[in-house]
Design a protein around this ligand. Structure first.
Ligand code: ATP
Ligand code: MG
Length: 178
């Protein structure tokens, strides 16, 4: 029990530190070359193992894609979206990587279908949580998506929430090479 409580405290401290850094304009990216497909694959095998009651669909087009970005923050950003999909979304989660001419997209979707068009922008605000209803008693700080958007913006990329055909999709776009 104490180990669980320690984990929770740890998460809370991490979240507070993350937000403090984000707001202080002191956030420095530490860019390096890494394979984003390998990163996504390892994240997905963790999630599959941890949440065996969910179905994960993976579609990556490529075997490998080398990018130059801050792996620590990008991994946290992806984790936040996956964490939300598991916490608030449906039982079907899909993750796709699409390459375009000048950029690539990572799309994380779930079939939870509880968000509305009103949420499209506010959901990225600091401390915003959708008022009760879909969240039940899931604990959270309302920081995950604010952090994620700040990190993606800092990489000159973008993140949007797209709602269609009963799917909730978070689309991250990053420039090729970045
Ligand atoms: N895939 C999703 N389906 C439905 N609602 C979602 C989804 N992702 C996010 N949300 C809603 O958006 C809110 C904001 O998400 P965000 O990740 O910023 O904060 P959080 O999950 O509440 O807390 P934490 O700081 O621990 O991540 C959530 O509280 C939830 O209401
Ligand atoms: Mg969250």
């Amino acid at each position: 029990m104490s180990s669980t409580q320690l984990d929770k405290l740890n998460t809370m401290v991490e979240k507070l530190l993350e937000t403090a850094t984000l707001d202080s304009n002191n956030l420095e990216l530490n860019k390096e070359n890494f394979d984003i497909i390998a990163l996504l694959q390892s994240l997905m095998s963790n999630y599959k193992m941890q949440f065996q009651n969910k179905t994960f669909n993976i579609n990556f087009q490529l075997e490998s894609l080398i990018v130059n970005a801050d792996i620590f923050h990008i991994e946290n950003a992806l984790n936040n979206i996956l964490d939300n999909a598991v916490k608030y979304g449906g039982d079907l989660i899909s993750i796709e990587l699409k390459t375009k001419k000048t950029n690539f997209e990572v799309l994380i979707s779930d079939n939870g279908n509880s968000l509305t068009h009103e949420n499209k922008h506010q959901i990225f605000d600091k401390f915003y949580r959708v008022p009760k209803g879909n969240t039940h008693d899931v604990k959270g700080f309302g920081i995950g998506l604010y952090y994620t958007k700040t990190i993606i913006d800092k990489h000159n990329g973008s993140i949007t929430l797209e709602l269609n055909k009963n799917l909730t999709t978070f689309k991250i776009t990053l420039l090729n090479g970045s």
